[in-house]
Ligand binder design. Sequence first.
Ligand SMILES: NC(=O)C1=CN([C@@H]2O[C@H](COP(=O)(O)OP(=O)(O)OC[C@H]3O[C@@H](n4cnc5c(N)ncnc54)[C@H](OP(=O)(O)O)[C@@H]3O)[C@@H](O)[C@H]2O)[C@@H](O)CC1
Ligand SMILES: Nc1ncnc2c1ncn2[C@@H]1O[C@H](COP(=O)(O)OP(=O)(O)OP(=O)(O)O)[C@@H](O)[C@H]1O
Ligand SMILES: [Mg+2]
Length: 410
Amino acid sequence: MSLSMGACPHAWQQHHLHHRGRMWAASPAFRRQLFLLRSLAPTCADGGRASSSSLRPHLMYAAAGPVYEADAEAVVRRITPPLDRARHKGQAGKIAIIGGCREYTGAPYFAAISALRVGADLSHVFCTKDAATVIKSYSPELIVHPILEESYSVRDDERESVSSSILAEVIKWMERFDCIVVGPGLGRDSFLMDCVGNIMRHARQANIPTVVDGDGLFLITNNIGLVEDNSLAILTPNVYEYKRLVQKVLNCEVNEENASEQLTALCQKIGGVTIMRKGKADLISDGKKVTQVSTFGSPRRCGGQGDILSGSVAVFSSWARHFLLSNEQPKETSVNPMVLGCIAGSLLLRKAAALAFEKNKRSTVTTDIIEFLGQRFVVSALDFHLVWQSFYLKISFLCCSLEDICPAGR
Ligand SMILES: NC(=O)C1=CN([C@@H]2O[C@H](COP(=O)(O)OP(=O)(O)OC[C@H]3O[C@@H](n4cnc5c(N)ncnc54)[C@H](OP(=O)(O)O)[C@@H]3O)[C@@H](O)[C@H]2O)[C@@H](O)CC1
Ligand SMILES: Nc1ncnc2c1ncn2[C@@H]1O[C@H](COP(=O)(O)OP(=O)(O)OP(=O)(O)O)[C@@H](O)[C@H]1O
Ligand SMILES: [Mg+2]
């Protein structure tokens, strides 16, 4: 990846300050170029070293003002590793999901199988004993560890020893993972929450990137120290999870008018984390800038799509990290692999959902979407669809024209 692009996006931005909003909104190609410049080039105004508290005014504008549409397809293409015959098992990613309890077995399965379908080599699930057999029976591809316990199965006097042995069991594996996803189908049992808090602390000490979703967000909302100042943490809240996070951290209500400012403020207040606010458009920020992915996916809102997303984001952010490390980035670069991972995951889910909906219409369920996660297929199928559509339109137009010249029946 070339990082030596000449123009300084911020200088350019200042010059055009008065045209903001309308111009960006008007031209997708323009926004695409700007995003690529901003995401793949160093921030020249501050040498990329701006901390959340030392942003200059025009950078504040960049952080608090417009939302840039990401060139998500370019990001996917850049960070996806080639299918190289020389690679061995594990090099394309080892992901672990911490989730799955008596109530929820679907969510951890969706996240784990999506990680594999996106292209990871190994996908583990750490869940409660009740959930393990069920999850294993969904798929032989997953490595399932039945180690978590809920309060009802642990006596008060055993809590400490059970908690330590759970942590010891996870630690044995932790260093091998490229990313963990905490929360899909985890439930909210208090003992379980405490154990998972310990697992998160350990992951942080070991520098393992952590995607926090579902009930993991419930856990960190009530214990924000678990992710505070962790630049390897990604939070993926849905509407309600975001609402709870804003109320707790910013002590106010969600403000749709200033969505990007509020998201930036939330990232900055927590410190270092990347947040993807899911919704009609997925808004992504690391506290420095806000980008969005708004490619239309599907009108179906069946449960489980967020789980696909968390598994996919885990894989893509690992790939983005490896890509940036192996491409000798200048130290001052502002590219954040966690942000790239969110962008790529969001696009993939949306494209897969679009294709699943085209096939299954209102009966689309999450399993149907997972079928379409083969990204090369998603991209080429979509391209094919567009080509076919335009070909079809041209044919129809030609037929209409012929009809005009030579009406049928004459
Ligand atoms: N197949 C599976 O196993 C799946 C399992 N999943 C797992 O389920 C667990 C919980 O995750 P979640 O996303 O359901 O819970 P969350 O976001 O806390 O609450 C959402 C609920 O809030 C409610 N609500 C409505 N309006 C509201 C408002 N204005 N402000 C506030 N709240 C409002 C509304 O409920 P209602 O009031 O309609 O009863 C809505 O349903 C988690 O572990 C996840 O991974 C899922 O991944 C799906 C697939
Ligand atoms: N109103 C919407 N319009 C279009 N796409 C949406 C909309 N809301 C969510 N999405 C898409 O669905 C994905 C999942 O978001 P959602 O809000 O359903 O997550 P979730 O509630 O955590 O899902 P889950 O049921 O897995 O827990 C998002 O990435 C987004 O792309
Ligand atoms: Mg969810």
